[in-house]
Design a protein around this ligand. Sequence first.
Ligand code: MG
Length: 160
Amino acid sequence: MRIGQGYDVHRFAEGDCLVLGGVSIPFHKTFLAHSDGDVLLHALCDALLGACGLGDIGRHFPDTDAKYYKVDSRNLLRHVMTLLQQQGYRVTNADMTIVAQAPKLAPYIEQMQQNIAHDLQVDVSQINVKATTTEGLGFAGRQEGVAAYAIVLIDKCEEG
Ligand code: MG
């Protein structure tokens, strides 16, 4: 068994929707990012890469590469999952926290968990997504951006 953790932040810009956990959420801001800015999936990708000792998301998907401009981060997540499987690993469970003052995320959490479970090829019971505010403190509290933390446990698939 191996463990990995990931963290990501994206800054807000003017807009009309946020993508978190592969779910489009109507909001009066969007993420300023080279990709779709899905901080939750980026933190998860880093946790998965970290667990396998494969570096970080910036190494695999550089934001200077036009190929990843406005990319759907679920494609990145699926690619990371392929790398993990090539090393003989599968996901035991993943636990994540989104830090955002707004919008209210509760109505979208279940769909995020389903998207992630699908992409990691596990049962939804192995995936947990939480959301918290910072009670108005810090950059998240001032609604300047959103942060996400992810922790994953992986184990080697059975031989044969
Ligand atoms: Mg990112």
